[in-house]
Design a protein around this ligand. Structure first.
Ligand code: G6P
Ligand code: ZN
Length: 543
């Protein structure tokens, strides 16, 4: 076994986005492409010799070969030990859990999250730091810089490692420990929630349906929901992970989880429905014929946190990304705890959690989580909801409606325009930036613009500044229109318009969000000149 040093040329497109480097599988299959990026990580993170890393992915196509390459490169780069999930599998929250539990230097997670998989689908890779969270922008910038000047990488010349059997082996001087990808995570969940109460709930008439979307949460849901909590086998659907997610788009929302949505809107629907995404960090929550927006979900978890053993002692604070509705702000105000508004991307929550400033956080993009790990966590959110339902003995819909009656409703919707020519999408953004002055104070029917700006965030912990995080048009009644470009797409540009209107009137709370937001939507289309600039009549996805 010898270490080979291989000459390479930089690729200039290895800039990590909202959550690591995501590209088509075919891009990663180009000779040296993956290796260059992995070496750029190793060249930037200053790991001491002999350091330990966690390695695993969501099991999508190309996961296995990529894991082999990374193991051989890690050995050649002087790492001492790698904890790798059996079969190369670790959900994103489980990877975060393992990094923290075994106090490793960090971890490499292979996933393109909710993007489709398979040979024609997407692949992704990201580095998480020792706190278990996605690397900060300083680190991802350093990785990008390193990728632009790379001239060689190191790889151990050795046969592939056996990844399907739990146990320890050597790869050069490095130890490879294949671990059970589920058990550490399941144990953590059991330490947070009232499993006895949930078991009791599931032993009665209460029926649930969890859609793993043929992605990584299948084995996690089977262990936790079925074996540890006693849910019957038919509670799980699409629970066998497939390399191409069965051809689906593993994004838990009303558009991409149609089978679950159909089940939950049928006459004899189960009481509770949920789905998680490709790598297990997102969640969608449904009641009987009822959809819970992620922004409301965060607010409701915060308001009911005292019912969950791990959070009984109170919340230090809460945080949400800027485009997420302000529903949780109202809860924080009532609880007299701080609420932070960060840019989109889970990495911004890490510093706040490490500094003990927040306990719960969430995003409109179907992500919710807490300081138990440093990633958002799909199954955690499902268990939190089940714990609340068990404690309150009420339906999902009743819990949400009571919440609205008490705090008012932040009616919310997001319009996505996918696959736009980059120029068109940037044109909309430039047009908006050029309109700030003329928009200030302008009237649109009942809406008067109070403020419009390009959101900029100063991290209260390390003082770092992130500019250009999305355009905010805020009206005098606190309604908002937010426009930003997605940082996770791999084809063209995706423009997102987020719409939010606050309504304290219980008499209006039965309205469908599209109905309640109809006027604001027209205002958004007018201000953005979306149709003229993109030729799109309708959004690709509405959530
Ligand atoms: C990933 C990140 C999330 C973020 C989302 C935004 O899922 O983990 O923290 O909210 O991307 O995606 P976008 O496509 O809107 O940039
Ligand atoms: Zn994800």
């Amino acid at each position: 076994m010898s270490i080979r040093t291989i000459s390479t040329q930089p690729f200039l497109d290895q800039k990590p986005g909202t959550s690591g480097l995501r590209k088509k599988v075919s891009a990663f299959q180009k000779p040296h492409y993956l290796e260059n990026f992995v070496q750029a990580i190793f060249n930037s993170i200053n790991a001491p010799k002999g350091a330990m890393l966690v390695l695993g992915g969501d099991g999508r196509y190309y996961n296995r070969p990529a894991i082999q390459v990374i193991l051989k490169m890690a050995s050649a780069n002087g790492f001492g030990k790698i904890l790798v999930g059996q079969g190369g599998i670790l959900s994103t929250p489980a990877a975060s859990c393992v990094i923290r539990k075994y106090k490793t230097f960090g971890g490499i997670i292979l996933s393109a999250s909710h993007n489709p998989g398979g040979p024609d689908g997407d692949f992704g890779i990201k580095f998480n730091s020792s706190n278990g969270g996605p690397a900060t922008e300083t680190v991802t910038e350093a990785i990008f810089s390193a990728s632009k000047i790379i001239g060689q990488y190191q790889l151990l010349d050795t046969p592939d490692v056996e990844l399907d059997t739990i146990g320890t082996s050597k790869l050069g001087d490095m130890i490879v420990e294949v671990i059970d990808p589920v058990s550490d995570y399941a144990e953590l969940m059991e330490s947070l929630f009232d499993f006895a109460a949930i078991r009791n709930l599931l032993a009665g008439d209460f029926r649930i349906k969890f859609d793993a979307m043929h992605a990584v949460t299948g084995p996690y849901a089977a262990e936790i929901l079925q074996y540890r909590l006693g849910a019957p086998a038919e509670s799980l659907m699409n629970a066998v992970p497939l390399e191409d997610f069965g051809g689906g788009h593993p994004d838990p929302n009303l558009t991409y989880a149609p089978e679950l949505v159909k089940t939950m809107y049928a006459d004899n629907a189960p009481d509770f429905g949920a789905a998680s995404d490709g790598d297990g960090d997102r969640n969608m929550i449904l009641g009987k014929q009822f959809f819970v927006t992620p922004s409301d979900s965060l607010a409701i978890l915060a308001a009911n946190a005292s019912l969950v053993p791990a959070y009984k002692g109170g919340l230090a604070g809460v945080a949400r990304s800027m485009p997420t509705s302000a529903a949780v702000d109202r809860v924080a105000r009532a609880m007299n705890i701080p609420c932070f508004e960060t840019p989109t991307g889970w990495k911004f929550f890490g510093n706040l959690m490490d500094a003990g400033k927040v306990t719960l956080c969430g995003e409109e993009s179907f992500g919710t989580g807490s300081n138990h790990v440093r990633e958002k966590d799909g199954l955690w959110a499902v268990l939190f909801w089940l714990n609340i339902i068990a404690a309150r003995d009420q339906s999902v819909e009743a819990i949400v409606r009571e919440h609205w009656a008490h705090f008012g409703r932040n009616v919310y919707s997001r319009y996505d325009y996918e696959g736009l020519p980059v120029e068109d999408a940037q044109g909309v953004m430039r047009h908006l930036q050029a309109s700030f002055q003329s928009l200030a104070g302008a009237n649109f029917g009942k809406y008067t613009v109070k403020l419009c700006d390009d959101f900029s965030y100063t991290d209260p912990v390390d003082g770092s500044v992130s500019n250009g995080q999305g355009i905010r048009i805020i009206f005098t009644d606190d309604s908002r229109i937010i426009v930003r470009l997605s940082g996770t797409g791999t084809e063209g540009a995706t423009l997102r318009i987020y719409l939010e209107a606050y309504d304290p009137e219980v008499a209006n709370h039965h309205l469908d969000a599209q109905q309640a937001l109809a006027e604001l939507i027209q205002v958004a289309l007018k201000i953005t000149e979306l149709k003229q600039r993109t030729g799109r009549e309708e959004p690709t996805v509405i959530t």
